[in-house]
Design a protein around this ligand. Structure first.
Ligand SMILES: *Cc1c(COP(=O)(O)O)cnc(C)c1O
Length: 231
């Protein structure tokens, strides 16, 4: 028994309330359900509750999750939010409706090549490592313009920026910084805000909030429940 439908209502309600408080059109804040590591039952519950936009952080897991369900629901929208390897660019271009994790030159080139080959124009976001954390994906802020130029040259359509703030810093500082980087470059999409901090991201202009735990519960619980029921 889970409350995914209830959780969706709660989060959608929060988005609407915060948007109203900050004079934003709530339809400009899109709720992405992050379905990584979730069992199919949970994806089905979210679909039954009307959710259509989903985020995955691994290409292969996304294929396993959605190949079948997309046959049943024609209007599912899938975004990649995890790091991409060049050898997965082909599958990523074929599968995703948006790639939010573009962060380096070799990926830009691999995506451009595949989009041409497949005749697909997949809009992308550039992930920015706003905290300049060595272990984290994302382009450093100082290298953003060079990457944007390459994207333009290669014909990759960048509509905005994405970030994951450092765990130990106030997220609002990073959201405000990402917004500044985006608006200065005339980019309007801002993918920022997760379960713990989306309420702070919406006042700062977020257009995509990426929510996993607050909808589906703890991912480690989902895994142990799945493995114990498989025994
Ligand atoms: C897992 C993940 C999320 C969702 O995180 P929650 O804290 O479970 O809401 C959001 N964005 C990215 C990039 C993720 O990998």
């Amino acid at each position: 028994m889970n409350d995914i439908s209830e959780n969706l209502k709660t989060v959608r309600g929060m988005i609407e309330k915060i948007a109203a408080d900050f004079a934003r059109d709530p339809s400009g804040v899109r709720l992405m359900a992050v379905s990584k590591m979730q069992p199919e039952e949970s994806l089905r519950d979210a679909l039954a509750a009307g959710q259509r936009l989903f985020g995955e952080n691994k290409v292969q897991e996304a294929q396993q999750h959605w190949a079948g369900l997309r046959g049943e629901y024609s209007d599912i929208e899938l975004h990649l939010i995890g790091p991409l390897q060049t050898n997965k660019a082909k599958d990523a271009v074929a599968l995703f409706d948006m790639i939010q994790s573009v962060d380096r030159a070799d990926i830009v080139k691999a995506l451009a090549k595949e989009m041409k080959k497949q005749g697909r124009d997949v809009p992308c976001l550039i992930q920015v490592n706003t905290g300049e954390e060595p272990q984290k994906a994302g382009v450093l802020p100082k290298d953003l313009d060079e990457l944007l130029t390459l994207c333009r040259e290669e014909g990759i359509r960048i509509t905005g920026l994405m970030c994951i703030p450092p765990a130990d810093e106030p997220p609002a500082l990073h959201f405000a910084f990402l917004r500044k980087l985006a608006y200065e470059r005339d980019l309007r999409d801002l993918s920022m805000g997760m379960s713990a901090d989306y309420e702070k991201a919406i006042p700062l202009g977020s257009t995509y909030v990426r929510i996993g735990t607050a909808l589906f519960g703890d991912r480690s619980a989902a895994i142990s429940a799945a493995s114990s029921s498989a025994v």
